[in-house]
Ligand binder design. Structure first.
Ligand code: PEP
Ligand code: CO
Length: 428
């Protein structure tokens, strides 16, 4: 990525270095402890949010909707897993995107690809597509505004959790598992009322909840500008987020992204797809977690429905050979992207569910365990993925197709997937 004005770039980086961090080292440490618990099978990770956050979506209603769906899904997953659920948003910094092509050509004009709001702008003009360093600063500010609101909501915004209106699942009426969905939701509401009654605290426990942030650690200048030492704790922390992850396209052993992430103390996600080999993964683990710290590594597999059995077992076996116990998570989104004849990128609900089920089964057969799920989703009524109880079809996509990059589950689809996972786990 080429910034044409190195002086302007240096000025932005210098300013970001001086500004306060977005998260704290003790929150980062707390998340790592919780992820260690999940790796031992004592907790479950729910990670989700936009493929790419946009500056325009830094709005109170959109942020509140994202938090609400994450909160509801987490309670459904508590019900299914009977374990504490760790909530991690793809939020407050998920602004940079890897692209398969460096350039895009339209009508004979070739320009740099859009790489996320923190790098350049989506409009197809030379000025908009030229990387602008000031967007990093704007991204940092948007992340701070988002996180400020997230923290306020997490500290008391969920008072109505046991109200029936909060759990409107009428979208599923008439669908195959509607009765079971209703039963799960009723049980959750009853549990909340029960806790309220015996503690007399009006669900105080549930009003104050933990939310953590994560994003792909892709724009290294942004990440580095927020990376610092803190008093009385050794090492460097990337305080732009609690949990950065290394994407599929930047996981080369000798690449800058692995080198950068080696040097920070945060818990790290690593995306792994069908191209990942056992040797490569083993070396990545050696490079990124030489001290075998519990909670340090979360492996986020994104193989595609029908392919989990072909690729996951050799990786699980290779990790076993090393004696390590990372947290295994399934991202059922990125291996299941397809394009419609009209040119919409979409994903099918049934394939997403199938990849989740295949992943649970593979881990079970190998004696390891799937300790979390990773979704691209929004709390709003978008039409980007096909399927679900509402039966969205290709023709529906144009109604509310709003994603900047990859198709997200909408509110109903996301809640339904959580319900189906809970149902699956309760049966297992
Ligand atoms: C993403 O998570 O949005 C992404 C680009 O994923 P991957 O690196 O797994 O393709
Ligand atoms: Co994506």
């Amino acid at each position: 990525m080429q910034y044409p004005d190195p002086v302007a770039l240096a000025r932005v980086v210098e300013e970001m270095r001086r500004l306060p961090p977005l998260v704290t080292s003790w929150e980062v440490e707390s998340l790592r402890d919780q992820l260690a618990r999940a790796a031992r099978g004592e907790a479950f990770l729910l990670q989700g949010g936009d493929c790419a956050e946009s500056f325009d979506d830094c709005r109170p209603d959109a942020i509140a909707a994202k938090l609400k769906i994450l909160m509801q899904m987490s309670l459904v997953l508590v019900h299914g897993t009977r374990r504490p659920v760790i909530r991690v948003g793809r939020i407050a910094g998920q602004y940079a995107k890897p692209r398969s092509a460096d350039t895009e050509t339209k009508g004979g004009v070739t320009l740099p690809s859009y790489r996320g709001d923190i790098v350049n702008r989506e409009a197809f003009t030379t000025a908009d597509r030229t990387p602008d360093p000031v967007l990093m600063l704007r991204g940092y500010e948007r992340a701070a505004l988002t996180l400020n609101f997230v923290r306020a909501l997490a500290d008391g915004g969920f008072a109505d959790l046991h109200h029936p209106e909060y759990w409107d699942i009428s979208f599923a009426d008439g669908a195959r598992h509607a009765a079971e969905y209703r039963r799960i939701v009723d049980q959750i509401r009853e549990s909340i009322s029960f806790v309220t009654a015996i503690t007399g605290m009006d669900s105080a426990i549930l009003k104050r909840v933990d939310f953590f942030t994560s994003h792909e650690g892709l724009a290294l200048l942004y990440e580095a500008a927020q990376t610092r030492t803190v008093p009385r704790r050794p090492g460097h922390y990337n305080l732009s987020t609690h949990m950065p992850w290394i994407g599929m396209r930047t996981a080369q052993l000798d690449g800058a992204h692995v080198e950068f992430h080696r040097g920070i103390k945060n818990p790290l996600g690593i995306k792994i797809g069908p191209a990942m080999t056992a040797e490569w993964l083993t070396e990545l683990l050696g490079a990124l977690d030489p001290d075998r710290e519990p909670g340090r590594i979360t492996l986020i597999a994104r193989m595609g429905a029908g392919k989990v059995g072909d690729h996951l077992p050799r990786l699980v076996e290779a990790v076993k050979q090393t004696g390590r116990r990372p947290l295994w998570v399934c991202d059922p989104m990125h291996g299941n992207t397809e394009s419609t004849p009209q040119g919409y990128k979409t994903r099918r609900f049934d394939k997403i569910l199938a990849e989740l089920e295949e992943s649970f089964a593979v881990h079970e057969s190998l004696g390891s365990s799937l300790g979390g799920v990773h979704f691209e989703m929004t709390g709003e009524d978008v039409t980007e993925c096909i399927g679900g109880a509402r039966g969205l079809v290709e023709a529906d996509l144009e109604r509310a197709y709003r994603t900047r990059v990859d198709p997200r589950l909408n509110y109903e689809q996301a809640l339904e997937l959580a319900l189906l996972v809970a149902r699956h786990l309760r049966k297992a």
